[in-house]
Design a protein around this ligand. Structure first.
Ligand SMILES: Nc1ncnc2c1ncn2[C@@H]1O[C@H](COP(=O)(O)OP(=O)(O)OP(=O)(O)O)[C@@H](O)[C@H]1O
Ligand SMILES: [Mg+2]
Length: 456
């Protein structure tokens, strides 16, 4: 691979509006990014960061999808965009082919492709055989694989959208180190979007903040911090659930308690089986072996194990927020989505929302900052907005036990704080919460009980 030269990016009065929205995703952006500069791009959830990266990568779609204002000048041949969800961008079944894919698209001469692929994998620290199956990679390895693909292409502008949001601390460090090596060796210009800026403090030269006025340069001291959070507290003695030699698809047989009206956090490395465990205690997949003993307060008269319950019985007792929010959405607008649960459960008067749920819906729209999106299609929401909607749909049914898989991932500090306080109020009101998380602030605030899971 030859040395790349970073790109200059010049943006003047730049804006973009999605065709289905009244307000622009962003507007009035003026910025110049010099060749080889490394930029951290921050901004509240929904401020337009992902859309701006898509614009810089030239993948915004045609005029029917939206309207562009102003000008954008990128003096580069190759722009590489790595999306937030590492799974969504794995293309091939073997890692070598996956990295080669971008080169093939760019019509790189055959004899150059494999040396480039090997060098790129080396640079991101993925020292695995070229025929290693991509489905065996962890989240962090998939992110580094995507980065390798971008490097092999010879990208001189590298755009990373929340590349560490879904990773455990080790995976996060590996990604940051890989990016450091890549920019040092290639000289490429870098723009990385991330809410957790501390991780990148040694990497970036400047911080830009995106809001509805445009883009401002700020110092690290001006970044919004997560402040004023509750603290973890000792759980009461009673449990709503206790697992006895519970065996799931991944990991050893586990025995543990879930204390009532308290918040339990489940931590563990990527690939240790946290999501499978959460889905099992949530009654969504059957255990391979072992027992779940439930309190009468959780059973409310239903016998057997949660995975054997009727779905209406389950929904009233245990709510689950999935890791990937899109898997849950069924309705055409944000409001309809939140109303689905109450309408199904309204008993005799099917299709109506009872007054208690109705007032809870109004509160959730405001507290989760979804009010301005109530008529938007759930699938068009930003990453953080989707997450907030999935939390709202689970909260509206007011289940006794609420299970959340990475509830705060992709949230800006203000929303993070609001979400944490909402969960704390729920435990105060008697709800039991179980969250899978990697977030140290979340654990400090809501880790009343802590289950660390390991793969063996
Ligand atoms: N395909 C789309 N169609 C319509 N509106 C969209 C689409 N994609 C994003 N939006 C809207 O554009 C705005 C900016 O979204 P964007 O995804 O760029 O935000 P973001 O800053 O990346 O947020 P987050 O931090 O939550 O990922 C949001 O209001 C979002 O709902
Ligand atoms: Mg985004």
């Amino acid at each position: 691979m030859t040395t790349t030269i970073g790109t200059r990016v010049t943006v003047r009065d730049f804006g973009y509006r999605h065709a289905s929205r009244k307000k622009p995703a962003f507007q009035g952006i003026n910025m110049t990014i010099e060749p080889g500069e490394r930029i951290l791009l921050t901004g509240d959830s929904g401020s337009g960061k992902s859309t701006l990266l898509a614009a810089l990568a030239g993948v915004l779609g045609d005029d029917t999808e939206g309207e562009t204002y102003g000008s954008l000048l990128i003096d580069a041949a190759a722009v590489g965009l790595v999306l937030q969800d590492p799974d969504s961008q794995v293309i091939a079944s073997r890692i070598g082919d996956d990295v080669a894919f971008g080169c093939e698209n760019l019509k790189v001469p055959r004899e150059q492709i494999w040396p480039r692929v090997e060098r790129a994998l080396d640079m991101v620290g993925l020292t695995l055989p070229l025929d290693h199956p991509t489905r065996h990679l962890s989240g962090g390895q998939k992110q580094r694989l995507a980065l390798a693909g971008v490097i092999a292409m010879g990208a001189n502008l590298i755009l990373l959208d929340e590349p560490t949001a879904n990773l455990d601390p080790l995976g996060q460090r590996e990604v940051v180190e890989a990016v450091d090596r890549v920019v040092a060796e290639t000289g490429a210009t870098l723009i990385v979007v991330e809410h957790r800026h501390q991780l990148w403090s040694g990497t970036v030269d400047r911080i830009l903040r995106l809001d509805n006025q445009g883009v401002q340069e700020i110092t690290a001291g001006e970044l919004t911090r997560v402040a004023d959070l509750p603290s973890r507290r000792d759980p009461a003695a009673a449990s709503v659930m206790s697992a006895e030699n519970l065996l799931t698809r991944w990991g050893p047989a586990r025995s543990f308690e879930i204390p009532e009206a308290a918040s339990t956090v489940i931590t563990g490395a990527n690939g240790s089986g946290k999501t499978t465990l959460a889905l099992t205690i949530g009654g969504l997949i059957p255990p391979k072996d072992g027992q779940l003993h439930l309190s009468d307060s959780l059973r409310q008269g239903v016998s057997r194990q949660p995975h054997q319950w009727r779905s209406a019985d389950l929904a009233r007792r245990i709510g689950t927020v999935f890791q990937d929010p899109e898997h849950q959405f069924v309705a055409r607008t944000v409001r309809d989505e939140i109303e689905v649960g109450p309408k199904i459960m309204s008993g005799k008067r099917k299709g109506t929302v009872d007054p208690v749920s109705a007032s809870r819906i109004e509160e959730l729209l405001d507290r989760l900052r979804l009010r301005h999106l109530e008529h938007a299609n759930p699938f068009t929401l930003s990453g953080g907005e989707k997450r907030r909607l999935s939390v709202a749909t689970a909260l509206v049914a007011a289940p006794k036990l609420l299970i959340l898989d990475e509830p705060t991932f992709g949230q800006d500090p203000v929303t993070f704080r609001e979400l944490v306080w909402m969960l704390r109020e729920l435990t105060d009101a008697g709800t039991t919460i179980v969250s899978v998380t990697h977030d140290p602030d979340f654990i400090a605030a809501l880790g009343d009980h802590h289950l660390e899971v390991s793969a063996r």
